[in-house]
Design a protein. Structure first.
Length: 153
């Protein structure tokens, strides 16, 4: 009977130690993608003045070329379009915490971002966002200053 009590006590102590060790070994939660659009750009990082469309891209991104093509149509005397490829300007991707491409932002002369898109964008949505950024309220239903679309999973 004494051996049985000793065995039960040893098992209980081992189980208690195992539980303490399990609780101390906390599992880190899985990381979650941020995918955020910058709210401010330093205009000295980019050429031109006035309104700017900056498209953060990667050479390995097939959607990026389409977004750049659509953004280039907005280029004018009043609007500068900058393509910021990760492979060429990694420093700017890191500075603005760009963690998903394509990331398109529409900023004013002071660098304040008025609209932005993550992932693919339609030409209609891009034109409407630019028009509404330059003249707030000019597009019906365009009351939202920033458009954030998550990239396809």
């Amino acid at each position: 009977m004494g051996r049985l009590l000793l065995a039960v006590a040893v098992v209980a102590v081992v189980a208690l130690i195992a539980e303490v060790v399990r609780r101390r070994r906390a599992t880190d939660p899985p990381t979650q993608p941020r995918h955020e659009i910058p709210s401010q750009l330093d205009r000295s990082d980019f050429e031109g003045d006035g309104w700017m469309v900056a498209v953060f891209t990667s050479t390995s991104c097939s959607t990026c070329a389409d977004v750049v093509r659509k953004a280039d149509v907005l280029r004018s005397d009043e609007v500068t379009v900058a393509t910021v490829t990760f492979q060429d300007r990694r420093d700017l991707h890191e500075r603005y915490d760009i963690d998903a491409v394509p990331c398109l932002v529409i900023a004013d002369a002071g660098g304040v971002v008025h609209a932005g898109f993550l992932g693919p964008v339609t030409a209609t949505d891009l034109w409407a966002a630019m028009a509404n950024a330059r003249e707030p309220g000019s597009i019906e239903g365009g009351g939202c200053d920033r458009h954030e679309h998550s990239p396809p999973s």
